[in-house]
Design a protein around this ligand. Structure first.
Ligand SMILES: *[C@@H]1O[C@H](CO)[C@@H](O)[C@H](O)[C@H]1NC(C)=O
Ligand SMILES: *[C@@H]1O[C@H](CO)[C@@H](O)[C@H](O)[C@H]1NC(C)=O
Ligand SMILES: *[C@@H]1O[C@H](CO)[C@@H](O)[C@H](O)[C@H]1NC(C)=O
Ligand SMILES: *[C@@H]1O[C@H](CO)[C@@H](O)[C@H](O)[C@H]1NC(C)=O
Ligand SMILES: *[C@@H]1O[C@H](CO)[C@@H](O)[C@H](O)[C@H]1NC(C)=O
Ligand SMILES: *[C@@H]1O[C@H](CO)[C@@H](O)[C@H](O)[C@H]1NC(C)=O
Ligand SMILES: *[C@@H]1O[C@H](CO)[C@@H](O)[C@H](O)[C@H]1NC(C)=O
Ligand SMILES: *[C@@H]1O[C@H](CO)[C@@H](O)[C@H](O)[C@H]1NC(C)=O
Ligand SMILES: *[C@@H]1O[C@H](CO)[C@@H](O)[C@H](O)[C@H]1NC(C)=O
Length: 750
């Protein structure tokens, strides 16, 4: 190597190092996300740490997904000196800010290390993902665990403090809250709105239920207090402990900001890491969902865990006692996801890890009561909130993009999510011949659309239901749903036979783009739906119907080929006959997922070549209309779905890396959006939506199953329908260590 060249390298190295120091002062692995999930488990337990170009854990307040502050503060005292480690509290008492050294996220955890003088403190936010235990998955709780060790080898006296505010129950801080502290096996602060309204939201916050802040009552040196934020925090900073007193002057959230606090005295800390201080935060309500049954009657449904725990207090105590096992399960899941996704690329592994908590936090697992008031263990239904786009309940074309996460983690959850849609349409109250779009205009009310005036997406939703129902049965061998709802499935198929080869003017799932007749990609969905029903008929033993639908689908594919390609044969169009139009033909994914081989390889090869040509800096735009964005927006779920069927891995990786580039680019500080600009990586409107479950599309193509052949029916940890991924390789999860920085040219020169 010549000396000038070496000098040049050195100069580049210094330049990059300087850039890194400028934009992020800590190590961020696998990358710095737009926002860190902190406590993200349900539509109403959703606390995040916004990042943009990087904010340390003690550099701002945690926020609800919609941007409202959820007060969560933490201090640590080391040899009498106080440091803040969490939130951005102002206090009339002397403290310094601990200095963040690293941030890291996995599929289940966000972990921060901060240095508080001579002691390093590790703060782990674990939002469990428990696909194999639906009772545990239904807990609306999340863990914060704090441990520390002496970084200078000396012994130090350490106390740790944290609190939450009333902002965990409402965004409108003029509302009055009540609270109390109970001391049993766990110490639990409970805070609730004084005036509650069941099933009613205000600005996406539910005006019902209670927030919980709880820690096991086993540690000596545990103290608690409730009271005004500045007083309680100053008390800890001054004394290193709290007064074990309760403020009973119930008032507005913002009226001398009542906070609910704990302090743990860790005694003398040495270079060995301490046992963690574990605190659970939660938001519980009962009932959770109002669901339409026969005759328009609305049924109350409770979170599944109530079947095992009468009191939320008991559930949260059990949750706290389970921490060590929950952490092991989480680590196991993290490793498996990391190994499976790293087989694609490290970029892919990072995207998937960031998506999993968000994907599952939009759902609530519920159970109904029998007329005698006891729970009906054979009536489990799952409900999903269409977060941020419009708040509908169980939107079919939001479940559909999320579906890969469910297939990969546990398809039984997918079955229970489809079930409310099937059941409702079986009651005969929905008048349209195609599938309903959702079962309620606003979560958590699932009151159906008996007037048939839901957001009509006839081909989209009918195809989606057929594809999802078949893929569940294929993955599990459980054909009961197909059996039970075969008439509905057949009705939707008849509709697809009428309307999918030449789709009428209608919207697809990308409704922001408006309606369009003859959508090439929508036709793919419909035709795959017909073929899916042919497979369903075959599973159910109706071979005549199976071969009829199979030949209709095949004949549609050959007619479609003539209609769908541009005149030069270089790409599929967006709409028939419009050669200058094109789009992401993400609906081809289902052909692979269901292993149908319906569309010829030449279509896949053609699209792969085309996307290589039209890709922008941050990926391939959704389609050529662009009326919904400045230049070429894309939804990341469809980008990854499309990546999954590229015929060469370089185009696959190009699409995946573009999503990674957006997610790690510092252009957003919102919970991961699935909608952004492909030219500059600017985020568009959506955030925190479950559709990021679609980022698992490549993993869902590769699952193998332990087929049971029967309806698993029962609940809890003995669900037989668990997933087994066949990748088998050794854990490839060596973290991709990099000080991340915004070195892409267009951002550098801003
Ligand atoms: C907050 O609640 C108060 C009291 O109910 C109400 O008057 C006010 O309009 C609410 N503010 C917002 C922004 O909704
Ligand atoms: C504590 O407060 C919650 C919420 O207001 C309430 O449901 C619960 O009954 C209270 N418990 C006690 C012991 O006062
Ligand atoms: C806690 O107790 C100390 C000592 O009695 C007192 O000075 C302090 O004001 C108390 N703090 C609060 C917030 O009541
Ligand atoms: C649903 O629960 C509420 C109380 O939470 C109760 O007032 C109502 O009567 C219940 N409705 C039904 C149909 O059981
Ligand atoms: C329990 O739920 C199942 C499934 O929805 C239903 O068929 C059954 O009638 C319910 N049992 C009772 C006693 O309500
Ligand atoms: C849709 O495409 C078919 C086949 O090319 C054509 O006959 C029909 O006119 C098109 N419909 C519209 C509304 O453009
Ligand atoms: C095939 O299905 C279509 C649509 O349901 C129906 O019109 C047609 O009669 C069927 N053909 C046969 C041979 O069953
Ligand atoms: C063809 O598609 C392009 C891009 O989507 C659009 O701008 C144009 O209006 C379309 N032409 C017709 C005739 O629909
Ligand atoms: C799928 O699994 C096969 C074999 O088990 C492996 O060779 C391949 O790399 C995996 N692909 C993905 C996308 O994980």
């Amino acid at each position: 190597m010549s000396v000038p060249f070496f000098n040049l390298l050195l100069a580049v190295w210094f330049f990059l190092a300087a850039q890194q120091a400028r934009c992020l002062d800590w190590t961020a692995t696998p990358f710095n996300p737009p926002s860190f999930p902190l406590a993200v488990r349900t539509p109403y337990l959703s606390a995040w740490l916004p990042q943009g170009k990087g904010i340390p854990l003690n550099g701002g307040w945690p926020q609800f997904w919609n941007g409202q502050i959820v007060g969560w503060a933490g201090f640590i005292k080391v040899d009498g000196q106080a440091y803040s480690y969490l939130g951005d509290p102002g206090v009339q008492a002397p403290f310094q800010k601990a200095v963040q050294k690293s941030s890291h996220f996995t599929s289940t955890q966000s972990v921060f290390v901060l240095s508080a003088g001579p002691v390093d403190v590790t703060v782990t936010f674990l939002s469990p993902v428990e696909p194999d235990d639906l009772v545990k998955q239904s807990f609306p709780f999340s863990y914060m665990a704090i441990s520390c060790y002496s970084a200078d080898g000396g012994s130090h006296s350490v106390q740790v403090y944290s609190d939450i505010s009333g902002e965990w129950v409402a965004g409108n801080t003029t509302l009055t809250v009540n609270w109390n502290t109970t001391i049993q096996d766990a110490l639990t602060h409970t805070v609730a709105l004084q005036d509650q309204t069941e099933f009613v939201e205000d600005n996406d916050r539910i005006l019902q239920g209670s927030a919980f802040y709880s820690t096991l009552n086993q540690a000596s040196g545990l103290t608690y207090q409730t009271g005004s934020d500045v007083d309680v925090r100053a008390t800890f900073i001054n004394q290193g402990k709290l007064n074990n007193t309760q403020d009973t002057n119930f008032r507005a959230i913002q009226d001398n900001w009542p906070v609910f606090a704990y302090a743990h005295d860790l005694g003398t800390v040495t270079s060995a890491s301490t046992n963690p201080v574990v605190i659970a935060v939660g938001h519980v309500r009962d009932p959770v969902v109002h669901y339409i049954v026969e005759n328009g009657e609305l049924q109350n449904r409770s979170a599944l865990f109530f079947n095992q725990f009468t009191q939320p207090q008991d559930a949260i105590t059990s949750f706290l006692q389970d921490y060590n096992d929950a952490l092991s399960r989480a680590q196991k899941l993290d490793s498996k996801v990391e190994a499976d996704a790293s087989a694609i690329s490290s970029d892919y592994a990072g995207i998937v890890a960031l998506s999993i908590r968000q994907a599952l936090a939009s759902v609530e697992i519920t159970i109904s009561k029998k007329s005698d008031g006891s729970f009906n263990a054979s009536d489990i239904l799952i409900f999903m909130k269409e977060i941020s786009s419009d708040g509908n309940t169980n939107t079919v074309d939001v479940i559909y993009p999320s579906w890969p996460a469910l297939l990969y983690l546990n398809p039984l959850m997918g079955k229970y999510l489809l079930e409310p849609l099937f059941l409702y349409q079986t009651t005969g109250q929905y008048p349209n011949k195609f599938s309903v779009h959702d079962i309620g205009a606003h979560y958590p009310i699932a009151n159906g659309h008996n007037d048939g005036k839901d957001e009509v997406m006839p081909v989209e939703e009918s195809g989606n239901m057929l594809i999802m129902a078949l893929s569940y049965a294929r993955e599990t061998g459980d054909n009961s749903q197909l059996q039970r709802y075969q008439n509905l499935l057949d009705q939707w198929t008849q509709f697809l036979i009428e309307d999918s080869l030449i789709p009428t003017n209608q919207i697809s799932t990308d409704d922001f783009a408006g309606p369009l007749p003859n959508q090439t990609n929508l036709a793919i969905k419909g035709i795959i739906g017909i073929k899916a029903m042919s497979e369903v008929a075959s599973i159910l033993g109706d071979s005549a119907k199976s071969s009829n639908y199979s030949s209709i689908a095949s004949s549609f594919v050959s007619q479609w080929q003539d209609l769908a390609a541009s005149s030069d044969g270089n790409h599929l169009t967006l709409a028939y006959g419009n050669t200058s139009s094109w789009g992401l033909s993400y609906n081809l994914y289902a052909d692979k997922l269901l292993n149908l081989n319906l569309f010829p390889n030449s279509v896949y090869t053609m699209q792969t070549q085309w996307y290589k040509i039209v890709a922008n800096n941050f990926g391939v735009p959704l389609d050529t209309r662009h009326t919904y964005t400045k230049s070429g927006g894309v939804t990341s779920d469809w980008e990854v779905w499309t990546a999954s069927f590229m015929t060469d891995s370089s185009t696959r990786d190009l699409l995946i890396s573009s999503v990674h580039k957006f997610a790690s680019g510092g252009t957003s500080s919102q919970p991961l959006t699935d909608f952004y600009e492909t030219i500059d990586g600017a985020p568009q409107g959506f955030r925190a939506r479950p559709v990021v479950g679609g980022h698992l599309a490549l993993l869902a193509l590769n699952v193998t199953t332990t087929a049971t052949g029967t309806d698993p029916g029962s609940i809890g940890s003995n669900d037989p329908t668990t997933k087994d991924n066949s990748n088998g390789g050794a854990f490839a999860g060596v973290p991709f260590l990099s000080m991340i920085c915004l070195i892409s040219a267009n951002l550098l020169f801003l």
